[in-house]
Design a protein. Structure first.
Lengths: 176, 176
DNA sequence: TCCGTATACGTTGTCATACAGACGATATTA
DNA sequence: TAATATCGTCTGTATGACAACGTATACGGA
């Protein structure tokens, strides 16, 4: 593929420095995030992903399980037993949607809301630990850029972004 | 844990907005990165992870497979068959370390180096697509912050960081 | 030198997890 | 009413990670 690469300077201009690689730095961050968050949430159903499911349930205006799954990039069959476990743990409930009885509206119980609120405090600390290399201002810059990156989807339809635009506006016009 | 949370304002001050969650934005970025990179590298052995292995082989000064595995956060038994597939594909070779005959030095073949150089060009484009929401300057800021986050490990020993310090210096003193 | 321990790598077996496909229930449209 | 699409669930399968063990080699003390 694309044979126009015989220019020898190309491979020398990019000497494959391992610690500069974007994918590697991204992987390290994700790993640290998962390790630290996994340590924080003790018996919480599905670790960091379960936490994000609960965040989406409480915060997002997601009408059904499928929307929830697409929002998080999870297969819909996986979402089924994820929510099963949350129901078993008494954190969420499946409610019937009166206007579409195929769909299940997933709502947090009072206990789920409390658990989430507590976890969010722990997760804020986890984020600070993971981003400890940055000072407060840099952390905010990083978070803002990351949010913009996440909300701008290269391929439309891969996840919902209507709510993103709402948040952008709400936060004051989308950063610098 | 940490029962000092009866303050009711806490759960209202953090209303669990799904699109602000750090973990969610991180997940979206990783997913986009993996999807886009997976589309780019056609029959490359193990997708984005295989690419990162090759980057580490060529660029990192990693003495053996174990160091390689720890650098990437991979189990050492997984690294075995990852490298097996690279050897089969003619991209790398296992060389005996004369000073420690238990260890195998993994080096890229000429073909592996060419494949990596070509892939790195494609991956640069992938990164631009994934970070398309940012302009060039913001992209550089994001990359720099991410690199600093990755090189500052919260738990020492989780991966090597000696080389990180070297890169930081090489890039001009480690950024503001 | 000899012996015990530690390390690097490989292999095997086991288990979790994601995903494809099928199915029932409901909605929508012709 | 009939045909088709969608939501959620269930089942089987395959991919992948990890634990445990084995082999070869290095290191350190007796």
């Amino acid at each position: 593929m694309m044979g126009v690469m015989s220019n020898s300077s190309a491979s020398q201009a990019a000497p494959a420095r391992a610690q500069e690689d974007f994918g590697w730095t991204l992987g390290v961050l994700v790993r640290n995030y998962q390790n630290s968050s996994g340590a924080v949430m003790g018996g919480f159903p599905h670790g960091a992903r379960g936490y994000q499911v609960l965040v989406a349930v409480v915060g997002g205006e997601l009408p059904n399980q499928l929307a929830l799954a697409q929002h998080l990039g999870i297969d819909r069959t996986v979402m089924t037993y994820l929510i099963d476990d949350f129901v078993t743990a008494g954190l969420v409930e499946r409610q019937l949607n009166p206007t579409d009885r195929r769909a299940r509206i997933v709502v947090a119980t009072a206990r789920g809301g409390e658990a989430l609120a507590e976890l969010q405090r722990s997760m804020a600390q986890v984020e600070d630990v993971v981003l400890a290399a940055l000072d407060a201002g840099e952390r905010e810059v990083f978070r803002t850029l990351l949010r913009r990156v996440a909300c701008h989807t290269p391929e439309p339809g891969s996840h919902d972004l209507g709510a993103c635009a709402a948040v952008e506006q709400m936060l004051g016009g989308g950063g610098n």
